[in-house]
Design a protein around this ligand. Structure first.
Ligand code: COA
Length: 270
C-alpha cells in the first residue's frame, strides 16, 4: 500500500458521489465515521472512494457554519433542495423521540433515489439480504440470510439480524441487539441496546423495547416493554403514538404505512 491520502485518478471505479448527512448529533456523527471507513476501505482495495461527504445539515442555527468532527454544518435540512445531485441520509432520532426521522423524511418529500444506503465496511451483509434507501448499518453488524431491511432504518454497531428477519421502515436497532430468525420489527419500532428478541416474534409498529430486555412473545403496536422476560411498562410516547394514529387514520402518512421492505426487493446496497 502506498498510504496516499487523496483519490488517485488511476484507481478503478466511478467518481465519488456527493453525500450530505441530515442531523449533526450522535447518530449523524457515527454515520460520518462509517462513510469515512467505507472510503478508506475503497482506497485500501485500490478503488476510488465512493463518497464525498460534503457536510451535515441540521435545524440548530447555532451549528451552522461550524464543524462537527471535522465536517461542516452547511445549514438547515431544507438546503437539500438546493443540492440536486447530492445523496442524503437522515440521521436523527433518540429513545425519547424516535419518530423524528419519519417526520423529517415526510417533510422533505425527496424522491427515494435521493437517499443513500450507508454500510460500514466491517458489516457482514449476506447476498440474500436487502437494505432500503436511507438505511445506515454501523460497524460489525451482521445480516445472516434473507434479511429484509426497509427504508431509513438505523442499525447501530454489533447488531445481529438472523435468517428471514423483516425490519420495517424507520425502525431503530440500538447497539448489540440480537434477533432470532423470522422476527418482524414493524414500522418505526425502537429496540434498545442489548435487547434479545425470540425467533418468530413480532414487535409492533412504533413500540419501544427497553435496553437489555428479553422479548419472548409478540409486542403490540405503540407500547413500551421492558425486562427479562419483557413486560408492558406503559404506552409509547406522544410522537410515536401520533405516527401510529396517523397510519390507522389512513392519511398521507397512512398511505405509505404499508410499504415495507417486502415491496422493495432488489433495492441496491450502495
Ligand atoms: C424503557 C425506557 C424507555 C424507559 O424509560 P422511562 O419511561 O424514562 O422509564 P424510567 O427510567 O422512569 O423507569 C420506569 C421503570 O422501569 C424500569 N426500567 C426502565 N428501563 C428499564 C430496562 N431497560 N429494563 C428493565 N427495567 C427498566 C425502571 O427501573 C423503573 O422501574 P421502577 O418503577 O420499579 O423504579 C428506557 O429505560 C430505555 O431502556 N431506553 C432505551 C435506551 C437505549 O437503548 N438507548 C440506545 C442508545 S441511545
Amino acid at each position: 500500500m502506498s498510504g496516499a491520502a487523496g483519490p488517485d485518478p488511476a484507481r478503478s471505479g466511478p467518481a465519488a458521489t456527493d453525500l450530505v448527512i441530515i442531523g449533526a448529533g450522535g447518530f449523524a456523527r457515527e454515520t460520518a465515521q462509517a462513510v469515512r471507513a467505507a472510503n478508506a476501505d475503497d482506497v485500501a482495495r485500490g478503488r476510488a472512494p465512493r463518497w464525498r461527504l460534503t457536510g451535515h445539515l441540521d435545524e440548530n442555527p447555532a451549528l451552522h457554519g461550524r464543524d462537527v468532527d471535522g465536517v461542516r454544518v452547511l445549514g438547515g435540512s431544507g438546503l437539500v433542495h438546493d443540492l440536486p445531485g447530492t445523496r442524503v441520509v437522515v440521521c436523527v432520532g433518540n429513545p425519547r423521540d424516535y419518530a423524528s426521522r419519519a417526520r423529517l423524511v415526510r417533510r422533505l418529500k425527496l424522491p427515494e433515489d435521493r437517499y443513500a444506503t450507508v454500510v460500514h465496511p466491517t458489516a457482514a451483509v449476506s447476498d440474500s439480504s436487502v437494505l432500503g434507501p436511507g438505511t445506515v448499518l454501523l460497524a460489525h453488524s451482521v445480516l445472516t440470510a434473507a434479511v429484509l431491511v426497509g427504508a431509513h432504518v438505523a442499525v447501530m454497531p454489533h447488531v445481529v439480524l438472523t435468517h428471514d428477519d423483516v425490519v420495517g421502515d424507520f425502525v431503530t436497532i440500538a447497539s448489540g441487539v440480537r434477533l432470532g430468525g423470522g422476527t418482524r420489527l414493524e414500522r418505526g419500532a425502537y429496540v434498545g441496546s442489548g435487547a434479545l428478541v425470540r425467533e418468530a416474534t413480532t414487535v409492533g409498529a412504533w413500540s419501544l423495547i427497553g435496553m437489555g430486555s428479553t422479548v419472548l412473545g409478540d409486542v403490540p403496536p405503540g407500547e413500551v416493554w421492558i425486562g427479562s422476560p419483557a413486560r408492558r411498562l406503559r404506552e409509547a410516547g406522544a410522537p410515536a403514538l401520533a405516527e401510529l394514529r396517523a397510519a390507522s387514520a389512513g392519511g398521507a402518512e397512512g398511505q405509505d404505512a404499508g410499504r415495507g421492505p417486502a415491496t422493495r426487493m432488489g433495492s441496491p446496497v450502495t
